[in-house]
Design a protein around this ligand. Structure first.
Ligand SMILES: [Mg+2]
Length: 406
């Protein structure tokens, strides 16, 4: 059995990777993001990696990944390697007639808890009343989520729009602003968190995506100020999205001084990127993204290693569609008991969810905040080529031609 081709197409605004074998089987993976500035980059990268893995035996999965995972980098530069890893697992599952979770060691849970970050009701002005309204609406979503995450603080440049909220420089997104909170900035943040807790009520997990950007004293002060609101975790207070480093020492200081669990990790790649963070017990919870950290193989290692250090895991998901969702569900179903929940990815292009591009998704997709673990071979889903062809970007049509060299 040999890999004969690797290719990529933009389908409904999402880059999809396909790995073909000489026996006619194909596996599929999905790239982390739909943003335009990444689309052309990922297509070129797929071509770059192609020459390293065509001709190899995909049943030697680790051998294939060793050939390319030395090129992996901090988010988003690891996304192509991660997508190829997912496509290989899908391919192997189809070849052996087993669901991906069995190839990864087997599931320990039949359904995976997912947390909500976005159901399409954006916050308009990030005022406490706005947080209250949006939280109330999200709580009523038919998927029945029991954990909600909201961006506060420096996340997404929110504090840039709040006058006199911090001492620092506004850089303009997506570059993360950094700074030290003013008294009014801290009070504003606490009012937002209070509004969220009031809207969600008791018995619902509330996580806050905070940065990156807090100074260490501001991070500590904020964590203590929201102590009474039963926060599930404070994410990326110091570094995170768009920062190609981790600041392990700073996280350790914040963790030691906070009673609210501290979380980070969405931008970090490979088990080696997590090593120091885990060994120094610098956070309570890690949030690697299987779409960026090197794929299912890497996140499995990271989850197990964290568990050995009593560190919890709540993976981020940059996947913008159901291929990525199912890949994440398979791998998290095999995680040890340190697993809390994984982020549910709402694709920006809704056609991925209700347009029939993917067949075999659980129905309902999410029930009471859980996704059922698929039991069909591979990822347990199939691309409907006829429908996918209608949404493929012009110039990418040969993606669907079996084993055609690209
Ligand atoms: Mg985040």
């Amino acid at each position: 059995m040999k890999i004969v081709d690797v290719r990529c197409a933009i389908i409904a605004d999402t880059p999809v990777v396909r790995v073909d074998c000489d026996n006619g089987l194909s596996g599929f993976g999905q790239i982390e993001d739909v943003r335009e500035y990444r689309a052309e980059y990922v297509k070129q990268q797929v071509q770059f990696y192609r020459k390293f893995i065509v001709g190899l035996d995909p049943t030697d999965h680790q051998h294939v990944m060793v050939k390319i995972n030395r090129f992996v980098g901090f988010k988003p530069w690891g996304s192509v390697v991660s997508a190829i890893d997912v496509a290989l697992w899908d391919l192997l599952g189809k070849h052996f007639g087993l669901p991906v979770h069995k190839l990864l060691g087997g599931k320990v849970r039949d359904k995976v808890r997912v947390y909500n970050t976005n159901t399409g009701e954006p916050l308009k002005n990030y005022a406490p009343e706005d947080y209250y309204e949006v939280a109330r609406k999200r709580k009523e979503h038919p998927y029945g989520f029991k954990i909600f995450k909201f961006g506060v603080g420096f996340h997404g440049g929110i504090l840039d729009g709040v006058p006199e909220s911090y001492y620092g420089t506004t850089l303009g997104g997506p570059h993360p602003s950094r700074g030290h909170l003013t008294e009014s900035g801290l009070k504003y943040l606490v009012r937002c968190v209070e509004a969220l807790r009031n809207a969600l009520g008791d018995g619902v997990g509330l996580a806050l995506d905070c940065g990156p950007g807090f100074s260490v004293p501001s991070a500590v002060k904020f964590s203590r100020a929201v102590e009474g609101f039963n926060i599930l975790w404070l994410e990326d207070l110091i570094t995170g999205d768009y920062t190609p480093y981790t600041e392990v020492k700073a996280y350790k200081i914040v963790r030691m001084k906070s009673t609210v669990p501290i979380h980070t990790g969405e931008q970090i790649c490979t088990r080696y990127g997590f090593k120091e963070l885990i060994e120094r017990e610098a956070v309570d919870i890690i949030g690697p993204d299987p779409a960026d950290c090197g794929g299912l193989s890497e996140i499995k290692w990271i989850a197990e290693y964290a568990d050995l250090h009593q560190i919890l895991i709540a993976p981020h998901s940059g996947f913008n569609g159901p291929i990525g969702l199912m890949a994440s569900v398979h791998v998290t179903s095999t995680f040890p008991a340190n697993f809390i929940a994984m982020e549910f990815p709402f694709a920006q292009n809704k056609i991925w969810w209700d347009g029939g591009i993917v067949k075999g998704l659980p129905q309902p997709l999410v029930e009471d905040g859980y996704v059922k673990v698929p039991e069909k071979p591979g990822l347990g889903i199939e691309l409907d080529e006829n429908i996918a062809r209608k949404h493929v970007r012009e110039g990418d049509e040969d993606f669907f031609e079996t084993n055609a060299p690209k």
